[in-house]
Design a protein. Structure first.
Length: 173
């Protein structure tokens, strides 16, 4: 979780203002919208780690790296991993995996959108893929994942992860 989040924060810091209107692999988001989504994800998972409520997404603030740092600090507390979230009704370990998937995939979305290289962390991808394969139907019902995109059976794990959640690994702006 830490590596994936820090790598995402580093990429967000590198995005210039002139790129905020660029398209991303998330059809519903341009770069600004994607970073705003990441801001909300960080705020939400910080609140959930602390036993708080589900928070609503606010306007773009440009402070994802700071929010991500607070989220990581909240998840460093052992109690964050215990029990079930009152706000979401899911085990805290499930929520942690959901956050990891967001960091791994949305970093790719952002890197593709702004033309930066993306080298996924093999351990994070393995965890995200295993979790996603188990939770994909629930993710689709909740609107978190799109229809699957076919990828070759021998595709790298990251490409398989993208296909499972509905992203085209070959997407280009």
């Amino acid at each position: 979780m830490r590596r994936a989040t820090e790598q995402t924060a580093d990429l967000v810091r590198a995005v210039g203002q002139e790129r905020l209107g660029d398209p991303t692999p998330c059809a519903e988001f341009d770069v600004r919208g994607l970073i705003n989504h990441l801001e909300w994800v960080a705020e939400l998972f910080e609140s959930l780690a602390e036993g708080g409520p589900r928070v609503e997404q606010g306007p773009y603030a440009g402070d994802f790296p700071e929010r991500a740092g607070r989220t990581l600090a909240a998840w460093e507390k052992p109690r964050a991993w215990e029990g079930t979230s009152p706000a979401m009704g899911m085990p805290m370990t499930t929520l942690a995996h959901m956050f990891l998937v967001d960091m791994v995939v949305h970093r790719w979305d952002l890197a593709r959108a702004v033309g930066e290289p993306y080298g996924p962390d093999a351990e994070a991808v393995a965890r995200a893929l295993g979790f996603t394969e188990r939770m994909v139907e629930m993710g689709r019902k909740r609107g978190a994942f799109g229809p699957p995109v076919a990828v070759p059976e021998d595709a790298p794990p990251f490409d398989r992860l993208l296909g499972v959640i509905g992203r085209d690994p070959g997407w280009k702006p």
